[in-house]
Design a protein. Structure first.
Length: 234
C-alpha cells in the first residue's frame, strides 16, 4: 500500500485509518514512557506519531494533486521525500529537549530514541506501510518493556565518583590505593588539588568495578582513615 492508498475505495477513509493507527502506536509506546515518569510520555509520543503521519499524508496529497503537472510548462517542482527529510531533522529538536544532564549522569536518551522511532512509525503509517509500522511498534515495546529486565543480568561497568578532602599533615593516598585494591576498584581517572592556605588536599576519583554499587561502604572505610576531613560520592 503506497501512494494513493484507498480503504474500501475511499481515500478519505484511508487517511482516517492511517491517523488512528499512528495515534494508537504513539500512545502505546508513550504509555510505557509515562509509567516510568519520563518527561516525554503518552501525549508527546501520540502527538509526534500523529504529526509525522499527517505530514506524510499531506506530502502524498501534494503529489496526487500536482504530480501530473508538466514540469516544462510550470514552475512547480515536487519531491515528496523532502517532507520526510524535514520530519527526521525536526524531531531532533524535541529529542534534544528530553535529554537531561544531572551532574555527571545523563538521562532521557532512551526516551529521545523512542520519540525518534515513533516519528518513523507515524511516517510509515502515513505512507500506508501498515505492516512496517505495526512491526516497528511491537519491536519498540519489546525493547522498552522486556529488554529492560536484562539490566540486572548484564555485567556492566559501574562508576563511582568519589571526592576526598584531607589535611596536609598526612599523606593518605597510599591508604586510599589500599582501600580501593581490597575492594577490587580500579582508578579510571584522578584529579588532585592542594590548598596551601587552608591546608587541604582534595582528590577527585572516578572508580570502576563490575559487581555492585559500593558508595556507602567505601565512604565508611575512607572516613576511618587518619587525616580525612570530608568524603562525598555520587
Amino acid at each position: 500500500m503506497f501512494v494513493g492508498t484507498t480503504f474500501f475505495g475511499s481515500f478519505e477513509l484511508a487517511v482516517l485509518v492511517k491517523l488512528v493507527l499512528a495515534g494508537v502506536a504513539g500512545a502505546m509506546v508513550g504509555l510505557e514512557r509515562e509509567k516510568h515518569g519520563r518527561p516525554a510520555g503518552l501525549r508527546t509520543h501520540l502527538l509526534v506519531s500523529l504529526g509525522a503521519c499527517l505530514m506524510m499524508i499531506i506530502s502524498e496529497a501534494f503529489f496526487l494533486k500536482y504530480g501530473g503537472v508538466d514540469g516544462t510548462l510550470s514552475p512547480v517542482r515536487l519531491d515528496p521525500s523532502r517532507v520526510a527529510a524535514q520530519i527526521v531533522a525536526g524531531i531532533g529538536f524535541i529529542g534534544a529537549g528530553v535529554i537531561l544532564k544531572e551532574g555527571v549522569s545523563i538521562r532521557g536518551l532512551t526516551t529521545a530514541a523512542s520519540l525518534w522511532l515513533i516519528a518513523g512509525v507515524g511516517m510509515a503509517f502515513g505512507m500506508g506501510l501498515f505492516g512496517a509500522g505495526a512491526m516497528a511498534t511491537v519491536l519498540a515495546l519489546f525493547s522498552l518493556v522486556f529488554l529492560k529486565r536484562l539490566d540486572p543480568v548484564i555485567k556492566k561497568d559501574r562508576f563511582l565518583y568519589l571526592t576526598i578532602v584531607s589535611g596536609l599533615e598526612t599523606d593518605i593516598f597510599p591508604e586510599l590505593e589500599r582501600v580501593f585494591a581490597e575492594r577490587q576498584m580500579r582508578i579510571s581517572d584522578l584529579v588532585s588539588s592542594t590548598d596551601l592556605i587552608i591546608g587541604e588536599v582534595e582528590y577527585q576519583f572516578v572508580l570502576t568495578q563490575h559487581r555492585h554499587r559500593m558508595g556507602r561502604e567505601m565512604t565508611q572505610a575512607i572516613t576511618a582513615l587518619p587525616g580525612v576531613r570530608r568524603v562525598s560520592y555520587k
